[in-house]
Design a protein around this ligand. Structure first.
Ligand code: GAP
Length: 513
């Protein structure tokens, strides 16, 4: 099965099992907007909990807020979003399809990387055990040629984006002979800028309605509350403010399911530090955030850093954490050293003094900021695409979602073997015992095998089967999702088993290691 086929199957699976539905589907959907179903919302809430606890609970110097989506329009002037939150777009005149010019070029760059990997794979096959990969990469003429062309194109793209030179971007697309994936032609329009913010009106027209924006990032709600939180919480630098909330972007190229949406959720943390100490903290948060991802156990090789060559004008360092999705390595999280740009600009635009008096140095300054910013929906996609597996068993097959147990939508399914003889009553007793702490379901319909499969398909880590022996000795069978192993345990032992398998503690310990 190709990665593309796997991705299609995952999307269908998400709908069939109540994870994710297209928005307003009975009206044929709304492009790049999705709804979370009964399973999806549980998974999403667990991801948010994992993030919140790891950031706010485990770090004494981080607190959380929940700012409004609507903000004063001047906020977006100060942040630079009114002037510069643009995508460079290009249309193909034959297919009438619109693309982000930089994404077209990035796709071309990725193809060159693939070509290099193919050359390496061919040579590995040819030379067998004696293959010296590093030497081959360094000395092979064909690889050298592809790499030189690739690096030059990358350099030209970075330069054009930095200079905001739209003509140079178009020239590059022409020079690289990039064709439209739909029409296959090179019949391109000029590159134009397009602002990504959604506008709406506040107040009724008669009162003199004003244009405001749906926030394109949650970060600004944190910056404008810096003084409120610092003073009311008597916070001492270094400290952080965290927030989870909706953000909106009128993305033109909305692709790959929930990877790029027009309405999505972010989990952002701004960490305020003394000027000059930002690089130390940038390193700290880079490592901490990578440990947060790796603790989920999908394999360290599934993640990589991508350091930015093109820095935004306000940043002095930036990196992405990329995950190996079925469509390749792509960004899930950004870690940015944003200097004093945001607080400084809000001070300028609002006319307020936004500074911190440092009792240790006896001076006032505008703090510098390290930001960690991750998309909730991209995390959902990361977990689902890494978890989805089709397995051939001895006499059967199954689709199993190997979701890390602490994130699984349902933690325990309690299954009475038959629907009589007092077994459903005993199952209910177990559900009632566990439901205060865990999302637990009970399922009585169909054969036990079918019920196991249904729970595998939604990623339930533990199934507890109640049978006639349970009535005699108060023991049940616990069946583990991943190994399908079964163990006979006392009902009284269930709370500790469930905690051990599904508690978040083990993840947190790995982050703090
Ligand atoms: N405050 C910084 C900021 O917003 P960003 O790189 O534009 O930075 C941060 O976004 C994260 O938000 C991304 O790494 C991604 O996970 C998520 N994100 C951004 N745009 C998105 C979209 N259209 N759909 C889904 N997630 C998105």
């Amino acid at each position: 099965m190709t990665q593309e086929e796997l991705f299609k199957k995952l999307i269908a699976h998400c709908k069939e099992y109540g994870f994710i539905f297209p928005s307003s589907e009975i009206y044929d959907g709304l492009s790049a907007v999705y709804d979370y179903g009964q399973m999806g919302v549980e998974l999403k809430n667990n991801i948010k909990k994992y993030w919140w606890e790891a950031m706010v609970r485990l770090n004494e110097n981080i607190v959380g807020i929940d700012a409004a989506i609507f903000m004063h329009p001047r906020v977006w002037e100060a942040s630079g979003h009114v002037g510069a939150f643009n995508d460079p777009l290009i249309d193909n005149k034959d297919s009438k399809k619109r693309y982000r010019a930089d994404v077209l070029i990035e796709d071309w760059l990725a193809k060159q990387d693939e070509k290099i990997e193919k050359e390496v794979a061919k040579a590995r096959k040819r030379f067998g055990e004696n293959f010296d990969e590093a030497l081959f990469r360094e000395t092979n003429g064909r690889i050298g040629e592809i790499k030189a062309k690739r690096d030059e194109a990358n350099h030209r793209m970075v330069q054009a984006l930095t200079d905001n030179d739209l003509a140079a971007l178009k020239q590059l697309i022409e020079d690289l002979e990039i064709v439209c994936p739909i029409s296959g032609t090179k019949n391109w329009t000029d590159v134009r800028q397009f602002n990504l913010m959604f506008e709406t009106k506040i107040g009724s027209v008669s009162e003199g309605a004003g244009t405001i924006y749906l926030r394109p990032e949650t970060a600004q709600g944190i910056f404008v509350n810096f003084l409120n939180v610092q003073k009311s919480g008597r916070m001492k630098i270094p400290f952080g403010i965290a927030q989870i909330g909706k953000a909106f972007r009128n993305e033109i190229v909305a692709r790959q399911f929930i990877f790029r949406m027009r309405e999505f959720e972010q989990m952002e943390m701004q960490f305020f530090v003394r000027p000059g100490q930002e690089m130390e903290w940038f390193k700290h948060w880079k490592e901490y955030r990578m440990r947060w991802h790796r603790a989920l156990g999908f394999g360290d090789n599934m993640y990589r850093f991508h350091d930015h060559e093109k820095l935004a004008h306000y940043a002095n360092a930036a990196t992405d954490i990329e995950f190996n999705f079925p469509f390749g390595f792509k960004e899930v999280e950004g870690i940015h050293s944003r200097t004093d740009f945001d607080l400084g600009n809000h001070a300028k635009f609002s006319g307020r003094k936004i500074q911190y008096f440092d009792p240790e140095t006896n001076e006032s300054y505008t703090p510098y900021v390290i930001e960690t910013s991750i998309g909730v929906d991209r995390m959902v996609l990361q977990v689902l695409s890494a978890a989805y597996q089709e397995e051939q068993l001895e006499n059967d097959s199954r689709v199993v979602l190997r979701i890390p147990a602490p994130l699984a939508p349902v933690k325990v399914a309690v299954l009475p073997l038959v629907k009589k003889d007092g077994l459903p009553e005993m199952a209910k007793e177990i559900v009632d015992m566990l439901k205060f702490d865990y999302n637990v379901t009970s399922d009585e319909k169909d054969s036990i095998g079918k019920r196991y499969r249904r729970n595998d398909a939604i990623g339930t880590p533990l199934c507890v089967t109640v049978d006639h022996q349970s009535l005699e000795d108060r023991t049940v069978t616990v069946r583990h999702r991943d190994t399908m192993e079964q163990q006979r345990v006392k009902i009284d032992e269930l709370p500790s088993i469930v905690e051990q398998v599904t508690g978040m503690k083990s993840l947190f310990k790995n982050i703090l290691k």
